[in-house]
Design a protein. Structure first.
Length: 121
């Protein structure tokens, strides 16, 4: 399996086949190269086995929350976090722990996205 196909398989494990295809479809007509680069990155990151997928997702949630205006990516990675084995409580705790460092607006935005994702599961 090549790096692209492996990255695609990893993304499907993260959020399911349907959501993964939805992402590819949303980029195919305007910027297919971005989808390709994302999949190659998923493959490359997974080759590094120093930290677990759960730990990777916790780090990703934190970095996305700190940036603000990342609701689409937070949605994706909250789903991926649940699929990696994080509980809803652990995901919320990531954002609660971030509060003194990133402030109320970014924390509340992240919690709002989490609430939306949790409601669908």
């Amino acid at each position: 399996m090549n790096s692209y196909e492996n990255g695609k398989q990893i993304r499907e494990q993260m959020v399911g086949k349907e959501k993964s295809q939805e992402i590819s479809d949303s980029l195919s007509d305007i910027a297919p190269i971005i989808d390709e680069k994302v999949l190659l990155l998923f493959d490359e990151n997974q080759k590094r086995s120093i930290i677990s997928m759960k730990q990777r997702e916790m780090l990703t949630l934190t970095t996305l929350a700190t940036q603000g205006d990342t609701s689409y990516q937070l949605d994706f990675h909250i789903q991926a976090s649940l699929n990696a084995g994080l509980t809803k409580e652990e995901i919320v705790e990531v954002f609660v722990h971030s509060l003194p460092y990133i402030g109320f607006p970014k924390t509340l935005n992240a919690i709002a996205v989490a609430r939306k994702v949790f409601a669908t599961r």
